[in-house]
Structures are given as structure tokens and as C-alpha cells.
Design a protein around this ligand. Structure first.
Ligand SMILES: *Cc1c(COP(=O)(O)O)cnc(C)c1O
Length: 405
């Protein structure tokens, strides 16, 4: 008897195989071209096969791949310096291989902070409805989504889930066992909802008032995706402070396709993370650090963030025109910068598949949202091409039944 497929049945990809990528395009083995507006879920910030990224991997791969953290890795110091120089509040960095690991480190750091201050009872992480923080055991508990928790044993203590954007509920939930508030400045999986800038500043004040830590999950919305290094920076003054966190978890775009994440903390917040408290075999290895340094430098080249802002404004105008043209398909626009999309009145999954059939790769999110997260190097020409394909797809979607998330 045939044994069938040997992969865990966790994914159900379409019958399509890409063999090559170039900039904002992916190609199948038959040479069919697709415009990639999902970019490996907000990862391929510089597009596919960026020459400087390719060169970095080639050069570093001939020198040194991996050492483990038993030895000093200069690339870690270089990259940590870059992030801490860019972020005035930041003082310490731990490198990981993924977003979930960056969040594990962030939450451990917050609990250790209180432990080392003599208040070990402060363990609760407060998070919000619609959040997504990863798929490890701790991060599904922080996420709190019943769908991700079902069948994995009892929910862990120390995680408190609150309604989204309910200030009173949040104030009431803060107690003598609270360690930190954990939030995405722009919810990704939850449906591309940006938290108002005033809310981020309010969270900062609330945390200071109660002596608790503010953790931002910028795994999806960070690394330049909204036109600044981190999305929360839109809420800060010219000094980079005001809506700033004590800890930020980053990954996805910061490695431009190489598995790389970071937990970035203030000196104060990281005070409890002394030798022996945390570790990673692969985290921050020389190959990852070479790529991370190149990615950081590319993001900080002249005009990179400006392009994100300019192109995303253009994309938003085009979305507004589509919404006017298809009031029966588009419900509302969502997102910030190049993490953007539309809540639809037709099934977002079906519309995504229509776009795919017409040569555009998109994603879905949250409450029936069509999600776009293109490479950050796209031009207005790419946007026009995407909009043309969306228009064709919406024409077809028009004939489908309405859908309520
Ligand atoms: C993707 C994502 C994660 C998890 O990152 P992994 O690299 O898949 O572990 C965590 N938080 C947010 C906001 C994400 O989008």
C-alpha cells in the first residue's frame, strides 16, 4: 500500500511550484511568472535574489557558517550596535532564528526583570483579541486564539487575554501579578489593524505608571514595512521616544529571507537576563549575522523607507479607487504602509485564489481580509500591475455570494 505524503498535514498549498525568484516576481519551472505581493509572509523585504543579499550569502558561506554562542561572533555585536543606535531606548539584543523565539525571549526577559527586582509574582502577560504571536507552546498561549490552543493541553497560567482597543478593560486587568503588556502595533494575522498612535503613547504611560513592561511584537509590521524601521516609531516624537516599548520582538523582514529574529530590550528591561538564563544553538550564527547586517544596511540606504511610504500611499489611492468601483466586493481598507489589504464582502480565500489564477500572489488574514505584503522595493509600476489583476479578480468575485466573517 502506498504510504502517501510524508509531511505533517499542517499546510495545504496550491499545486504550484516555484523554482526561481527575481525582485518582485516568482517563476515556476515552466517559466510562468507571478507577481509576489505576499513576499513569503512579509519576509522578502528586498525582493527575491537581491544582488547584495546573494553576494553576502556567497561570501560568508565560503568563510564561516556556524560557531554556536560558545564563541564570540563579531557580526552579532555589529548588528546589535546598529539596532541600538537606531533606537534611543534600546540597549541589549538577543538574536534568534524566528519570530516565535524572539517572543519567547521577550516574555522570559519581562518575567526575569520582575524576578530580579524582587517581585517574582509578576508573571502575567496581557495580550489582545486578534493577536498572533507564533506557534510555540508559550506563544500560542500568549496568542490566546482557541483555534490554536485546542488539543494542546490546559492553557498555561500567566497569560491574560483582553478585548481589542478596550481601555477600561485593560486598566482593570492590570494587577500586582502583571509583568507586561504584549501587543502588535499593527495586527498582522488578526486582520491588519493598526493601533492608533495615541494608544501606543497611552500604553507607554500606563506601563510607566504601573512599573510594568511594554513589549511590541513587530515580527510582521517591523523591518521597514510601514516606512520606518519599526511601526511604533510613527507614535514617537523626533527623539524616537514617547510611544516606545521596553522590549521589541522582530524577525521576518529583518533577515530578508534568512531565518533571523531578535529580541531588542532596554538595558533596564534586560537586567535579569544574566549568564545561564537563555540560549540558542543557532541564534545569531555568523551566516545569519552577515545577512542581517546587509539587510539592515540596505534598509538604511537613501530613499529606502521613503519608497515604502511613497509606494504605499499610491497603493492606498488605488485601493480607494477599487473600493469605489467595487462597493459590492470591498468592505473597508486595512493596514499600514506595505502591510495592507481590504476586508471583503466576498470570501477572501476565493478572491485570493482568483488573484493567484491571474498571476498575483496575495494572502488572507483575520476577519475575511485580503492581505498584501509585497517586497519593500516595489515600484508604482508593480502596484499598477497588481491592481489590474485585482480588478479582474473582483469582476469575477462580484458573482459570488456575500460573506460575513
Ligand atoms: C509570523 C509572526 C510571528 C511568528 O514568527 P515565526 O517566525 O513564524 O515564529 C509572531 N508574531 C507575529 C506578529 C507574526 O506575524
Amino acid at each position: 500500500m502506498a504510504k502517501g505524503d510524508h509531511l505533517f498535514d499542517c499546510y495545504a498549498p496550491p499545486p504550484l511550484e516555484f523554482t526561481r525568484g527575481d525582485g518582485a516576481y516568482l517563476y515556476t519551472h515552466k517559466g510562468e511568472r507571478y507577481l509576489d505581493f505576499i513576499a513569503g509572509i512579509s519576509v522578502m523585504a528586498f525582493g527575491h535574489s537581491h544582488p547584495k543579499m546573494v553576494q553576502t550569502v556567497q561570501e560568508q558561506s565560503e568563510k564561516l557558517w556556524h560557531l554556536s554562542n560558545l564563541f564570540r561572533i563579531p557580526g552579532q555585536h555589529d548588528l546589535a550596535n546598529k539596532y541600538c543606535e537606531a533606537l534611543p531606548w534600546a540597549g541589549k539584543v538577543f538574536f534568534t532564528n524566528s519570530g516565535a523565539e524572539a517572543l519567547e525571549c521577550a516574555m522570559k526577559t519581562a518575567r526575569r526583570y520582575h524576578f530580579s527586582k524582587g517581585t517574582p509574582e509578576r508573571i502575567d502577560i496581557l495580550s489582545f483579541q486578534g493577536a498572533f504571536h507564533g506557534r510555540t507552546h508559550a506563544t500560542i498561549n500568549a496568542t490566546g486564539n482557541a483555534k490554536y490552543l485546542e488539543g494542546f493541553g490546559p492553557a498555561l497560567p500567566g497569560y491574560v487575554h483582553l478585548p481589542y482597543n478596550d481601555h477600561e478593560a485593560l486598566k482593570e486587568a492590570i494587577s500586582e501579578t502583571t509583568a507586561a503588556i504584549l501587543v502588535e502595533p499593527v495586527q498582522g494575522e488578526g486582520g491588519l489593524r493598526p493601533l492608533p498612535e495615541a494608544c501606543l503613547r497611552g500604553l507607554r504611560e500606563l506601563c510607566d505608571e504601573h512599573g510594568i513592561l511594554l513589549i511590541y511584537d513587530e515580527v510582521q509590521c517591523g523591518a521597514g514595512r510601514t516606512g520606518k524601521l519599526f511601526a511604533y516609531e510613527w507614535a514617537c516624537g523626533p527623539d524616537g521616544l514617547g510611544g516606545h516599548p521596553d522590549i521589541v520582538a522582530a524577525a521576518k523582514g529583518m533577515g530578508g529571507g534568512f531565518p533571523l529574529g531578535a529580541c531588542i530590550a532596554s538595558e533596564k528591561a534586560a537586567a535579569g537576563m544574566v549568564p545561564g538564563t537563555h540560549g540558542s544553538t543557532y541564534g545569531g550564527n555568523p551566516l545569519a549575522m552577515a545577512v542581517g547586517n546587509t539587510a539592515f544596511d540596505l534598509m538604511h540606504e537613501d530613499g529606502f523607507f521613503d519608497n515604502v511610504t511613497k509606494v504605499s500611499n499610491f497603493l492606498k489611492q488605488q485601493f480607494e479607487a477599487l473600493k469605489d468601483e467595487f462597493p459590492d466586493v470591498v468592505d473597508e481598507l486595512r493596514g499600514k504602509g506595505l502591510l495592507c489589504g481590504m476586508k471583503l464582502k466576498k470570501p477572501a480565500k476565493d478572491v485570493k485564489n482568483l488573484a493567484l489564477a491571474n498571476g498575483l500572489l496575495a494572502g488572507t488574514a483575520g476577519d475575511n481580509v485580503l492581505r498584501l505584503a509585497p517586497p519593500l522595493i516595489i515600484t508604482e509600476e508593480h502596484v499598477r500591475e497588481a491592481i489590474d489583476i485585482l480588478r479582474i479578480s473582483f469582476e469575477a468575485a462580484r458573482k459570488m455570494d456575500d460573506f460575513e466573517a
